[in-house]
Design a protein around this ligand. Structure first.
Ligand code: NZQ
Ligand code: ZN
Length: 391
């Protein structure tokens, strides 16, 4: 097993009615005045926001609110949040929502305690020294931002960029699976794809050898999400299925399923981020639309890991490595279809022009400055070919 570091400092408070503990939790981290940050309308309409406010009031935590975070969160809202926090003397951010709200909170947290333009961090121009403390009430199992060290934001030109730094890891995450019952089925399925992908991108790692425990955790996690995604498709309010998926979402992206590896290969995420930046599609659906095309393009450079996926997740018993690898790709694609996720960009409602394909590839390569991937490096012509095949 390779050397590794594992750092997952977030206090998880999991289960029914746990949102009522949010005031006491926020107070316990010494908060003097909080920003309650939320999205479009779901947390208002479900009554969740009122319960959060009540809990803060009961625990004597003063707060101001900033809603309106859009999926694929925007830099303009982050600037608004930074200004509000500075004006109000905010020392803690409480994010009520999913990955977009939490990521917006992380970016605001960087912007409040570091001078200058916050987008610089996402362009890798500077490194923030700290981040405001953040807690969350999670309303969707998907991005894993509640335990991850990453945040992904989009500027007003539609450029989407991620930034990784352990200082943004949340102080606490309140996770009540019942809060996800108001989600549209499409959004639940998007979340399931994203959760699988966070473990799968770590799994496809050229240097990951002799990681029996990590591989076993990864296999169980992917199988658990697949089984329970199908349950939720038929019985959307099945508490145990929602709970399994919510917990898997956090464990899939807090580093656990990559311990002993060298980081994996995040090409599919990078290819997707350009799509959701340019066309505002849901992240999980974008991943589903491109993954199999990418996988068929690169699998020959790492057949053993694709074949191990076929053997351990999809139960193939064959000595033919190539056939098993291809079977794994076909099976994952079939699973995506079984939960009504797209397997082409056209199904996202986007009909790419040749000009857009070139622009996506150019942006994804950071204007030709980088190649993507750890085992099959992708340059601009490769990326164009993948967008074209996934079209
Ligand atoms: O804004 P509201 O009205 O709340 O609606 C949201 C939004 O439209 C809705 N929703 C959330 N909880 C709901 C609900 N609707 C009804 N009932 C509920 N309980 O769902 C929609 C999607 O929400 P969003 O927060 O965007 O979803 P998700 O958690 O999938 O986050 C996606 C974002 O996270 C980024 C993605 O790129 C994307 O920008 N990611 C962040 C990562 C990280 N920070 O570690 C890693 C991921 O790979 C990902 O890139
Ligand atoms: Zn993701």
């Amino acid at each position: 097993m390779n050397n590794f570091q594992y750092y997952a400092p977030t206090q998880v408070v999991f289960g029914k009615d746990t949102e009522n503990e949010v005031g006491a939790l926020t107070a316990s981290f010494g908060c003097k005045k909080a920003l309650v940050h939320y999205g479009g309308k779901s947390a208002v309409e479900s009554g969740l926001l009122d319960r959060v406010y009540r809990s803060l009031d009961e625990n004597g935590v003063p707060y101001v609110s900033l809603g309106g975070v859009m999926p694929n969160p925007r830099l303009s809202k982050i600037h608004e949040g930074i200004a509000l926090c500075k004006r109000e003397g905010i020392d803690f951010i409480l994010a009520v929502g999913g990955g977009s709200v939490i990521d917006s909170a992380k970016a605001i947290g960087y912007g409040v305690v570091n001078d200058g333009e916050v987008w610089d961090f996402y362009e890798q121009k500077r490194i923030p020294s700290a981040c405001l403390p953040i807690g969350c009430v999670l309303t969707i199992a998907a991005a894993g931002s509640e335990m991850s060290d990453s945040s992904v934001i989009t500027n007003d030109e539609g450029i989407k960029r991620g930034y990784v730094n352990k200082v943004c890891r949340l102080k606490f995450a309140v996770m009540n699976p019942e809060l996800t019952f108001t989600l549209p089925v499409y959004q639940v399925a998007c979340g399931c794809v994203d959760i699988i992908m966070h473990t799968l991108e770590r799994w496809l790692d050229p240097k990951r050898v002799d990681s029996e425990l990590t591989d076993s955790i990864a296999v169980v996690l992917m199988k658990t999400v697949m089984r329970n995604a199908l349950i939720l498709k038929d019985i959307p309010h099945d508490y145990n299925a929602a709970a399994e998926i919510m917990w898997a979402g956090s464990l899939s992206h807090n580093g656990l399923t990559g311990c002993g590896g060298s980081g994996g290969d995040w090409s599919t995420h990078q290819i997707e981020h350009e799509l959701s930046g340019m066309f505002d599609v849901a992240h999980g659906a974008g991943l589903s639309a491109v993954w199999a095309v990418w996988a068929r393009y690169v699998y020959k450079s790492l057949p053993s890991r694709f074949a191990k996926l076929g053997a351990e997740v999809f139960g193939v018993s064959s000595n033919n490595e190539e056939k098993t690898a291809l079977f794994a790709i076909d099976s994952m694609e079939a699973f995506f279809r079984s939960i009504n996720m797209p397997t082409s960009i056209h199904e996202l409602g986007v009909d790419l022009t040749e000009e857009q394909i070139k622009e996506l590839a150019f942006r994804c390569s950071f204007s030709g400055k980088r190649k993507l991937g750890s085992f099959h490096p992708l340059d601009i012509p490769d990326l164009e070919a993948i967008y074209r095949k996934a079209k």
